[in-house]
Design a protein around this ligand. Structure first.
Ligand code: 5AD
Ligand code: SF4
Length: 441
């Protein structure tokens, strides 16, 4: 019997890349690959890359450089680049890094098995098309392994919003929603394999408008209701959303759908209308705040998370203070903040009025101090309260189990009798910045 070949996948960036990496591993599983977590043990290395911020391509080239000794020791080792840098750079990767055997974009990885065969036969393979067929419908399926209790499921891909700073509409392409029935079938399969919580993924997930079985278009709220009817599925989340696609039925779902968890990632990016306009966000600070009020009216305990960019071209101190003011008004339980980085090919990258780097760094530090303070307050507010925890795995201490609260906070409990996949009520007794400790009720 021949030894199975080993696949090492390294994932950068967003949760959709995590999902895509799993799908790529499954597709290559059908070609006889088993996963390994050691690059030096692998027969194939795949980097699933991210292009969203700063020097993404440079980082990939330097990471590739580090595989040189591995390839020298094992000439049969195949090296592939996938994801958004692959999409953006394409052939250029082959030119700059002769060691790379395979370049595959986010929309063509269902073709990996044929690409792998070509590469094994000595060819170099590049595929960064936006093909007409649905990759999910053409993905080879590997062995149906048992899954961890919380899983991602892509329902929508691509973006038509064209925020002026963002590469996503170029790397992931136009907005496409998967048909509802396919999503439901994948969800049922996940639940059969032990999944209890599904996070629906999309670059603009709340713009979901997939074909329903009856030929009508389903909104995300309708899809969530249909998913909630699956026995054994206990929790549903979705990410990432754009404020302008937050429809009434989806807001209502936070009040009416008990399986929809009270956590929402709703990026605003900035708090100054002048900057929001330059960002082509098509909403104002005020309209965002009104939307948050409606969401909180539907679900008073909703925990909000956001993304922020500081130092967008032309941002003044007054604009930045508007961002701080918006953060104070909204109150975030979780947040991601970044210094603006010009991305090649985006409209904002053409602007001449760049903010001085030291000024942008200073603003980032000030914003992060405020966001950290809010996150700590949200954690501390949990002490003394009860949370519902989906346990995912054993913790570091003997007898300890860790899981997530309904608000996506990590919670650890000493409870050797609890198994992964169980949901239990926990009284929170202690809060740290990134985790909570509690006891079973
Ligand atoms: N510079 C800095 N941050 C960016 N993001 C997207 N593009 C850029 C950029 N050019 C941030 C946004 C987005 C998150 C995923 O990454 O805040 O919501
Ligand atoms: Fe990028 Fe804006 Fe689309 Fe989000 S909504 S993926 S920031 S273009």
């Amino acid at each position: 019997m021949t030894e199975p070949k080993k696949l090492f996948v390294k994932t950068y960036g967003c949760q959709m890349n995590v999902y895509d990496s799993e799908r790529m591993a499954e597709a290559l599983g059908a070609s006889g690959y088993v996963p390994t977590d050691r690059a030096d043990d692998a027969d194939m290395i795949l980097l699933n890359t991210c292009h969203i911020r700063e020097k993404a391509a440079e980082k990939v080239y330097s990471e590739l450089g580090r595989f040189k000794p591995l390839k020298a020791a094992k000439p049969d080792l195949k090296i592939g680049v996938a994801g958004c840098v692959a999409q953006a750079e394409g052939e250029e990767i082959m030119r700059r890094q002769p060691m790379v055997d395979l370049v595959v974009g986010p929309q063509t990885y269902h073709r990996l098995p044929e690409m792998e065969r070509a590469v094994r036969a000595g060819a170099r393979a590049v595929d960064t098309e936006f093909p007409p067929e649905d990759k999910f419908a053409h993905l080879p399926r590997g062995p149906r392994a048992r899954r961890a209790p919380a899983a991602f499921l892509t329902v929508q891909e691509g973006c038509d919003k064209f925020c002026s700073f963002c590469v996503v509409p170029y790397t992931r392409g136009a907005e496409v929603s998967r048909p509802a029935e396919r999503v439901l079938a994948e969800a049922r399969d996940l639940v059969d394999r032990g999944v209890r919580e599904i996070t629906l993924l999309g670059q603009n997930v709340n713009a979901y408008h997939g074909a329903g079985e009856d030929g009508s278009e389903w909104s995300l709220a309708r899809l969530i209701d249909a998913l909630a009817a699956i026995d054994g599925l206990a929790r549903i989340r979705f990410t990432t959303s754009h404020p302008n696609d937050m429809r009434d039925d989806l807001i209502g779902a936070f009040a009416t759908q008990p399986k929809l968890m009270p956590y929402l990632h709703l990026p605003v990016q900035a708090g100054s209308d002048r900057i929001l306009k330059r960002m082509n966000r098509k909403h104002t600070a005020e309209s965002y705040i009104r939307l948050i009020e409606r969401l909180r009216a539907a679900r008073p305990d909703l925990l909000l998370s956001g993304d922020f960019i500081v130092g967008f071209p032309g941002e003044t101190e007054a604009d930045f203070e508007d961002t701080l003011a918006l953060v104070r008004t909204v109150g975030y339980g979780q947040a991601y903040s970044f210094k603006y980085s010009p991305r090649p090919g985006t409209p904002a990258a053409e602007r001449a009025d760049m903010v001085d780097d030291a000024v942008a760094s200073d603003r980032l530090a000030r914003l992060q101090a405020l966001l950290t303070e809010q996150q700590r307050a949200a954690q501390a507010a949990m002490v003394g309260r009860e949370a519902s925890v989906l346990f995912e795995k054993p913790g570091r201490m003997p007898g300890q189990m860790v899981g997530k609260s309904e608000y996506l906070q990590a919670v650890h409990v000493t409870a050797p009798q609890i198994a992964a996949g169980e949901i239990a009520r926990v009284r929170i007794v202690e809060a740290a910045p990134n985790s909570l400790a509690g006891a079973l009720v």
